[in-house]
Write a protein that binds this ligand. Structure first.
Ligand code: 6PG
Length: 205
């Protein structure tokens, strides 16, 4: 496992601007990018969409998705589209297993058998989760599949999820966790402190 580089910025706005720069760079270079859901990256997505108009060269994927109705506020695809980016949608209407299989097949069709994304934007959960890789859940053990079904989330929103797996994130050229707010301090120390706690999934990315 590589030692993570930790950059401390002055505000959440600076975090968003730095992440937007990385996204725009990947977008211009035609990179494959995995996007996190949740609230922290919203502003970065909006800034990136404002800075680059044409994303057609850069396929955007969802690092995880919640199986909710398309108009549900918790739907990551909806949140990201509202910021102006258009990721590859998970076919949530296919059910958990069907949607996972379909997303995996599309990833392999686009990137070959051992896909290597160029950039993954990730968030850190207060329990140390990353994407929908929650502590103690079976998806953590997935070594073969690129996308795993998560019938029970480890925390709110408690809805079934799909998540990209460790093999995908750990093959990605650059993984960037966006972390803001005092409520993340403890998870930050557990996952990325001097003695990473391997029960925090983020520590394993
Ligand atoms: C999801 C996420 C999840 C998120 C973290 C941090 O869809 O739930 O991808 O892993 O990144 O929970 O979320 P916040 O940025 O909202 O704190």
């Amino acid at each position: 496992m590589g030692v993570p580089e930790i950059r401390v910025l002055g505000s959440a706005d600076e975090v968003a601007a730095a992440a937007a720069d990385l996204l725009v760079e990947a977008g211009r270079a035609g990179g494959h990018v995995a996007l996190a859901g949740g609230s922290t990256p919203k502003k970065a997505y909006r800034l990136a969409a404002e800075q680059l108009e044409d994303w057609s060269a850069a396929p955007l994927w969802l690092g995880d998705e919640r199986l909710v109705a398309p108009d549900d506020e918790r739907y990551n695809y909806r949140m990201i589209r509202e910021q102006g980016l258009e990721p590859e949608r998970v076919l949530t209407e296919e059910g958990l297993q069907g949607a996972a299989g379909d997303y995996e097949a599309r990833l392999r069709a686009a990137l070959g058998h051992d896909p290597r994304l160029d950039l993954a934007i990730m968030g850190l959960g207060p329990d140390g989760h990353a994407a929908s890789l929650f502590p103690g859940k079976p998806a953590l053990q997935e070594e073969r599949h690129l996308v795993a079904a998560v019938p029970e989330a480890g925390m709110e929103p408690q809805v079934p999820r799909l998540t990209m797996t460790f093999p995908v994130f750990n093959a990605t050229r650059l993984v960037v966790f966006l972390v803001a707010g005092a409520d993340k301090a403890q998870a930050m120390a557990r996952a990325f402190g001097p003695a990473p706690d391997s029960s925090a999934p983020s520590a394993l990315v």
